[in-house]
Design a protein around this ligand. Sequence first.
Ligand code: AMP
Ligand code: MG
Length: 493
Amino acid sequence: MSLLAEDTEAADLGLRWKPGFAALGPAFFTELRPTPLPGPYWVGRSEAVARELGLPTDWHESKATLAALTGSMPVAGARPIATVYSGHQFGVWAGQLGDGRAIMLGETEGGLEVQLKGAGRTPYSRGGDGRAVLRSSIREFLCSEAMHGLGIPTTRALCVTGSDAPVYREEIESAAVVTRVAPSFVRFGHFEHFAANQRDEELRALADYVIDRYYPACRTTDRFDGNAYAAFLEAVSERTAALLAQWQSVGFCHGVMNTDNMSILGLTIDYGPFQFLDGFDPRHICNHSDTQGRYAFNQQPNVAYWNLFCLAQALLPLIDDQEVAVAALESYKTVFPNEFEGRMRAKLGLTEAAEGDRPLIEGVLKLLAAGKVDYTIFWRRLSGYMADGNVEPVRDLFLDRAGFDAWLLSFSQRHAGTDRALAAELMRRSNPKFVLRNHLGQQAIEASQQKDHSGVATLLALLQTPFEEHPGADAYAGFPPDWASTIEISCSS
Ligand code: AMP
Ligand code: MG
């Protein structure tokens, strides 16, 4: 018997819903219900997100909640929708895409949208089955919370639930649903969709909605002669620049920076074949399907800029002046490097900018690249050196000892007169001990596939507070094993 057959049976999550995005009207989405999955079980939960949503403390004890978050029971008061968007994929116009497997329950009174990813087919599924596999769902769940722990803007994840229903990818896998949470899941591609179809009225309604809700300052801007749409574009561009600076400074490779995977709020969104760098390789390609390296690590800031041009193109009917639209993107070129340098300075324990910082940063990145030195371990050990003065653990990471010593000399000169304890503390807060490396995720996934979900919980706890020491957890902060380099992550999810 389908639980959906009876409308009277609905799970009360204890949340109050408001129309939110759905107030835009039917041109923007399709109302529908998730397709139930049999025998749902918990795989991972983030209590931090539960608190943010305002869920009752015993929220996860209810079987109805488990069923509802797996799409197997309606949620009381919610009117689920799938939204339509389009986008550029790998540099090419892909036409209409849309939420092919993510179904939004709605927006809570607290202003958070809740989405079930993997909850079944929608009118935008194209050839897809509307499902997500356990492996990629665990990766998305953990990385959302890891990014938040790192202080990087991101969509969040309340939980992953699983079902033994088979899902067919390269091999048979099992299904899972990630409950994602964000103030908005609107993407660049939503704007591109209405622009490409010459639906200026909807385009304007969407822009007005996003501006009023998330960028209200654009209404009273004195930039661009008060052109709110240009100010909006500039604000999105600057948020994106700041986001990219954070990705680059922490060594995060997104893997599929298509315009439909770019958040209008400058959040990290759609975790697919992402990777935190192990050894520092600026040209690293984390997506096995990205044969040309379009989304290689060092391409990301430029790709984001390219994507912003697509957004500018889409907003052109509203901005109404090509030169103004181009001008609105100008500040990306200064915001990105400034933000990046600021982040790198903090990693170096420097509170203020000084001349010579750029060569100091470039110098260390060059050394790290030349030796493919482990990125996360290097920075954490450098923080340790600042605290205890023992340079050997850092020095040991480099084959080119002379090169490292020369850099260290300039680093030490730059720090002449600094309060070392203060600098060490800044570095400890800027250089995480724990990042979601591929092999860590893989181990948790393999255990989960055998029904042991404890690895997911352990990783989550470390990644939510990645700057803490977590005594006893050093195994999660070590070098990747040899087999890590053989992990192939593709778009298949
Ligand atoms: P992604 O590469 O994950 O960002 O997905 C690109 C597009 O394909 C989006 O419109 C997704 O909703 C859709 N999609 C991806 N996987 C599936 C699937 N298994 N079923 C239906 N749609 C999917
Ligand atoms: Mg996507």
